[in-house]
Design a protein around this ligand. Sequence first.
Ligand code: GLN
Length: 454
Amino acid sequence: ISVSDLVSESFNRINAVDHQINAFLTLNEEEARNKAKALDDQVGPNSSILFGMPIGIKDNIVTKGLRTTCASQFLSNFRDPLYDATVMDKLNAENTVTIGKLNMDEFAMGSSTENSSYVKTRNPWNTDHVPGGSSGGSAAAVAAGEVFFSLGSDTGGSIRQPAAFCGVVGLKPTYGLVSRFGLVAFASSLDQIGPITRTVEDNAHLLQAIVGHDPMDSTSANVDVPTYSESLEQGVNGLRIAVPKEYLGEGVDPEVKAAVMSALKVYESLGATWEEVSLPHSKYAVAAYYLLSSSEASANLARFDGVRYGVRSEKAENMIDMFKMSRSEGFGDEVKRRIMLGTFALSSGYYDAYYKKAQKVRTLIKNDFEKIFEKFDIIVGPTTPTPAYKIGEKIDDPLTMYADDIVTSPINLAGVPGMSIPCGFSSKGLPIGLQLIGDHFDEKTLYQFAYAFE
Ligand code: GLN
């Protein structure tokens, strides 16, 4: 099969199903077909494994010449960043073909992709349900077969939760493993770009392509990276699993719990052992996460002022009004809510009570994980408390939606890697995700466990 055929297949599938799914915000059809044609002549025995692969990109990763909106009206006209994100440079070096940009919650704030200011993405397994978020487009496009590879970003669960809801494989790498240069920042101390794929093996290859130290990102780690695909078949015999009781407590759907328990049985049959443990500070994770992520967001989003790029209000008559009106018109409700919360938490007189306190809680959460990894190889639990819910069900109740991040947000606070793999279906036929959590820079063990289960 030629690259052109492969790319055509991708667009055929998009033409056939995306009017129902709405995974894509912008298609890159002409460019993609031209690149495919050029690649057809280059393929050879030494081509990389990702050579010519169609790939979709979350719309908060900047792409030269291809619109990047972050699903916000503010960036509806943002077509010309001065540079490609580092992950795009790396993908281009592997000769992948960018098919288009994928829908998300505005500025990655949300859990259902309903906060996109353009369109609601639907869950391919049941189009009445949400695909999860904020990387809902990235997960839905893979689940619907529009692309086999996509990139998402995860600040508090945004790769793993939509992967779970859509029945695909999603990895949030260790903080610092993948460069954030060119990822539009939401909460810089938590954000990571990561791969979403159909299979575990594909996931390992896509991660391999995007990792590595980047001098353009001061938080990028300079560490030796193993060949992830080599660990896939190593099995889990003799490895020790920790199962945090807080992750299977109140609020977790019985069907989700049952799916996790049967996954543990599978691991037992493969020679691993498991034990219940406690992550005692888990219960504070959601509060600390929203406090810290909103504080960072309020600072990061200050750059959207209508001056250099993005949309400028046409009604303003002076400079201050221009800032105010551009922001009032450009940002949606959820983004405004986070900016207000963050600005409040950082204001003098409140800083110690909120921001500083949340930072201390973050350290306690990180310590909880470190203690577990002294004795165990991996932590296993659910990715989400419930399978995908219906579109519209939670959108008017932000706090209920925030509470669902209970099992994903601690992982970002600790900076460790987390992965979601499909582990069954609910009685309504919706996918359930198993979350695998590793020690810092130990993605290798996650892939071992994921592959053994698959
Ligand atoms: N649901 C979380 C939030 O709304 C996570 C978002 C993310 O990881 N980008 O902030």
